[in-house]
Write a protein of this length. Structure first.
Length: 136
């Protein structure tokens, strides 16, 4: 479940921390990605990946892989079907705090890879919503 929660949460963090690298519309869409990622709805990452696949997809893969590997290395198990997001962690996870830490680790890695790979946009480009306009 870590690998499915990391991309939208990582993108949401990137849109909050590196606002100058996203259009105004993308920053607003990033806010919804917090809720989607926490609920294990990975689709919150799709508009961003479709708008900038060469930067977003590798960042998502690396962050999800690191978060998932950390989860496996710490022998964390989830006794629930892989659905439910943060809502099943307290009742179905053997190490809930470490599990949340793995999600945050992967999300931060995704966030910083995106932040370092995307170039800052000018104010004119930030107000131009063409990047995601045809997707959302």
């Amino acid at each position: 479940m870590v690998g499915g929660m990391v991309p939208p949460i990582g993108i949401a963090l990137a849109t909050s921390i590196f606002k100058n690298r996203f259009t105004i519309q993308e920053v607003e869409a990033g806010k919804a990605s917090y809720v989607l990622g926490a609920s294990f709805i990975t689709e919150g990452a799709i508009p961003f990946a479709a708008a900038d696949p060469l930067r977003i997809i590798p960042a998502n893969i690396i962050g999800g892989a690191v978060g998932g590997a950390a989860c496996m290395a710490l022998d964390i198990s989830l006794k629930a079907p892989p659905h439910g997001g943060i809502f099943v962690i307290p009742i179905a996870c053997n190490k809930p705090l470490l599990y949340i830490g793995c999600i945050l680790l992967g999300s931060l890695i995704t966030c910083f890879i995106i932040g370092f790979m995307k170039k800052p946009l000018s104010d004119k480009d930030r107000n131009n919503a063409k990047q995601m306009g045809s997707i959302i």
